[in-house]
Design a protein around this ligand. Structure first.
Ligand code: GLP
Length: 269
């Protein structure tokens, strides 16, 4: 894993956007994997700015989102489809027909996973997957003890995840406890991964992901088995890392290399 520790959320957003922008400028028909939650919001704002002010075009980009709630319609204010439209797609020149979110409204929600997997395969697989991380180490909605080879499927959320995400729902409002999520195996097949984590509440999960053993109890630790993962952290999220000094040292050396050779070696495909 490549670990980049930056001073604050703004720097994290800008650096993440640099990487996504380089990918899209090199391959305008990039297949992006996208995440919801607060972690990628700064990145999405930056991408909108780069689209509006610096002609970064999404007209050929296709996207696949990690997950979606089951039990609320796609046009519900808290669905992940609505989140993506409001926080990204509506402000880009992307064709909505090219944006895919798992279908949380199928009569039998167990059918949604295979349908989504087929769409990803038909598109030729995901070039660059953006991820956040839950406080319990989940990625997508792969909760602790999820199988490392799991595929897109129906998942029951933990009480902690429901509680973490309750801030988005009105008191007394129905809040889903089920979701369709890409599996860990699905995520591990993406060609490049960019994981973003900020804030002290992620410090323990970030430590377990990077420096802990590969274990189903911390689903994000499975990313240690992926060849090309970049983790971008602010200082608060990095605070429990034992090898912080080493990661900073590597970054300094890498930055020199970047000036000489990059961004070409960052691009996935
Ligand atoms: C949700 C999403 C995840 C996300 C996580 C963290 O559970 N399904 O994809 O990474 O929340 O959210 P946040 O970035 O808001 O902390």
């Amino acid at each position: 894993m490549e670990i980049i520790i930056l001073t604050n959320e703004e720097a994290v957003a800008k650096r993440s956007a640099d990487l996504v922008e380089a990918q899209i400028r090199t391959f305008p028909d990039t297949i992006l994997g996208l995440a919801t939650g607060s972690s990628p919001l700064g990145l999405y704002k930056e991408l909108v700015v780069r689209h509006q002010k610096h002609s970064l075009s999404f007209d050929q980009v296709r996207t696949f989102n990690l997950d979606e709630y089951v039990g609320i319609p796609a046009d519900h204010s808290q669905s992940y489809r609505t989140f993506m439209n409001e926080n990204l797609f509506d402000d880009l020149n992307i064709d909505k027909a090219n944006t895919h979110v798992p279908d949380g409204t199928m009569e039998n929600p167990m059918d949604a996973g295979p349908v989504f997997e087929k769409k990803i395969a038909e598109a030729g697989g995901i070039d660059l997957q953006v991820l956040g991380i839950g406080t319990d180490g989940h990625i997508g909605f792969n909760e602790p003890t999820s199988s490392i080879r799991s595929r897109t499927r129906l998942k029951t959320l933990t009480k902690q995840t429901v509680e973490d995400n309750s801030r988005f729902f009105e008191p007394g409002e129905f809040q889903p406890k089920l979701a369709i999520t890409m599996g860990i195996g699905t995520i591990l097949e993406t060609r490049r991964i960019l994981l973003i984590a900020t804030g002290e509440n992620k410090a323990e999960a970030v430590h377990d992901m990077i420096e802990g053993p590969i274990a189903a109890i911390c689903p994000a630790s499975a990313l240690q088995m992926h060849e090309r993962v970049t983790v971008i952290l602010d200082e608060a999220a990095a605070k429990n890392l034992k090898y912080q000094d080493y990661y900073r040292h590597v970054s300094e050396i890498q930055d020199e290399l970047v000036k000489k050779h990059r961004p070409s070696d960052w691009i996935a495909r």
